[in-house]
Design a protein. Structure first.
Length: 587
């Protein structure tokens, strides 16, 4: 490290402004005749000893005469009362969020340049970096004021599903700017709770042009109460998922029936695998599975040469009498491998899972098994094989059992895709919300007429129609407001990205959940694209805002002080509470 040096502030710079003269009376500011503070700060490249001399207005009676203005230059080296510079704090945050490094690895790398402990790395990230990032975004609130005055704000709201009865994390962003307006936890999802959560937004006198959210029960009346004149758009992805629920339910039942029938018919055939010994498949390690040199992989050059040679001399696969013993063995091996491949394919298809509204596992399973059945038809027409015949018959019986349900589901899936196409602006010419609504309702009327004689499809159409009516008040605003998104997927992807980032960082699902509960609101605050921009941003944060943000983090984390499983620590906490109680004076 370099030799420590002293930096004495020569000029006082008020936050955001360089004051050479008083803004009240115009007199030139002068430094005080004393040094009001000093400390040693560790940066990545050096140890800096900082002392600073505040400035004041010499004009008696001026409003600034009693003020002592600290140097902004000093404040941009390190946070007040911190022994580590902004570059150290930014480095920890950058490595943690962008490179997904754990605290131990960050400490290992950083300790080569800075004297710091592993626990201090974690503390600087959670109690300094995160509040600094949150305060940095808050400095741009003027941009939001300007956007409100010129265009109007579009708010997007979404919440992360709570874990184990814990509070639910909610996020409110402005869609056009991407700025975080509210990010925090709610203990319940009642109308009153949502009103309290959103009320501070109404106090800013912002012009809100539209609101996008899911259709939570308590959220709807809360928004209507606070923003009665603002269009409230509902997520079209959730709408499609809701109308697909009964279809997905029937599809799941058909899938279970088909899978059960296939296993009953041909389970004994498709289940056995070539094994080392009963119950054991491929094994490695010090004592691996034996490998037979007589059965090379099907992709080996030797097998390919054998096939080419068979083709070259014109040997028919159907005539085994004239084939030399080694050729007959190779052909039987080829048959066995083909049979094994079909068994594995069928076993895999029985494990398919759906992802509504458009990926329905039952329909996909039926279609893929039908492909296998058609292929078996061609194989049996060429060479008859008892195993293939049994597979063919079993699949045919199983598919025939659910064919009627399959045809109904295919029709319902066509309805879903058509509805999605009607709502998709990219598949259609420019339309107003009223035109899209008219087109959708006309299509629903059409499919109701088509399904009136089908007892299976009629309830599905009724569900689609009723759900559409419930969503209709907020389903079409996006066609009239260009900047309003059709779905709330961006917010949901933020929650997924946060979960993936923390899971990759921690490697533990439980730890990821705990971090989201303790600091998820701050983890969701967007950061800058480069380390330099991040360092520049956090070094200009106002100390007063930074101090308040640290109090918010401390207050929230205090809620989890007793969420520990260590018997030793929990007993110590209980004893401490007991001592505090015993010190109280009896009434």
């Amino acid at each position: 490290m370099r030799t420590p040096k002293s930096l004495v502030a020569q000029k006082s710079i008020e936050y955001k402004y360089e004051w050479e003269s008083c803004i009240n009376c115009g007199r030139v500011l002068v430094p005080c005749n004393y040094v009001s503070g000093s400390k040693t700060v560790q940066t990545i490249s050096e140890i800096v000893k900082i002392s600073y001399r505040p400035m004041y207005c010499p004009q008696a009676g001026c409003k600034s005469h009693e003020l002592r203005l600290c140097s902004a230059g000093w404040q941009q080296i390190a946070p007040r009362n911190s022994t580590y510079g902004f570059d150290v704090i930014a480095k920890i945050g950058w490595e943690r969020q962008q490179h997904r490094h754990i605290y131990r690895d960050i400490h290992s790398e950083l300790s080569k340049q800075v004297k710091i402990s592993a626990s201090q790395v974690a503390y600087l990230y959670s109690m300094q970096y995160l509040p600094l990032v949150a305060c940095n975004e808050r400095q741009d609130i003027g941009k939001l004021d300007h956007l409100s005055a010129t265009q109007g704000l579009i708010l997007s709201l979404d919440g992360l599903a709570p874990e184990g009865g814990e509070p639910q994390l909610w996020l409110v962003r402005e869609l056009q700017s991407g700025m975080t307006i509210r990010s925090g936890w709610m203990s319940e999802q009642s109308q009153e709770a949502f009103e309290n959560f959103l009320y501070p937004i109404t106090q800013r006198a912002w012009k809100v042009k539209a609101i996008l959210s899911d259709k939570q029960r308590g959220l709807l009346p809360g928004i209507k109460s606070l923003f009665p004149e603002v269009p409230h758009a509902f997520c079209q992805a959730h709408y499609l998922g809701n109308i697909a629920e009964p279809i997905a339910s029937i599809d799941e039942k058909m899938k279970v029936t088909l899978r059960k029938t296939v296993r009953e018919k041909i389970g004994a055939i498709i289940r056995p695998e070539q094994v080392e010994s009963p119950g054991v498949l491929t094994v490695t390690g010090l004592l691996p599975s034996p490998v037979s040199n007589e059965q090379p992989p099907t992709s080996s050059p030797l097998n390919q040469e054998s096939r080419d040679e068979e083709t070259a001399i014109g040997i028919s696969a159907e005539i085994s009498v004239d084939i030399p013993p080694n050729k007959a063995t190779a052909q039987q091996q080829e048959r066995d491998e083909i049979l094994t491949a079909f068994k594995r394919r069928i076993r895999y298809l029985l494990t398919l899972k759906g992802r509504p509204p458009f990926r329905l596992a039952g329909i996909e399973m039926f279609q893929r098994l039908t492909e296998v059945l058609d292929c078996l038809d061609d194989l049996l027409a060429h060479i008859h094989d008892d195993t293939l015949s049994h597979l063919h018959q079993g699949l045919q019986d199983a598919l025939a059992l659910v064919e009627t349900d399959y045809l109904n589901l295919v029709q319902a899936e066509i309805w879903l895709r058509t509805i999605s196409s009607i709502l998709d602006p990219e598949d259609n010419a420019a339309r107003s919300g009223a035109q899209v609504k008219s087109q959708l309702m006309a299509y629903l009327k059409k499919i109701r007429s088509q399904s009136k004689d089908n007892p299976t499809l009629l309830p599905l159409v009724a569900k689609i129609y009723n759900t559409t009516c419930r969503y209709s008040s907020g389903l079409f605003h996006s066609y009239d407001i260009p900047a309003l998104h059709r779905t709330n997927n961006d917010r949901e992807s933020e929650f997924r990205d946060l979960n993936r980032r923390l899971l990759r960082t921690t490697g533990q699902k439980g730890c990821t959940k705990r971090i989201i509960q303790r600091s998820g609101a701050w983890e969701l605050i967007p950061t800058h694209d480069t380390f330099e921009d991040t360092l520049d941003a956090i070094s200009q944060v106002d100390y007063y805002h930074y101090k308040q943000e640290r109090h918010r983090i401390s207050g929230h984390r205090e809620r989890f002080k007793f969420h520990i499983r260590s018997p030793k620590k929990s007993q110590s906490q209980l004893q401490a509470l007991k001592k505090r109680w015993l010190r109280l004076s009896p009434d």
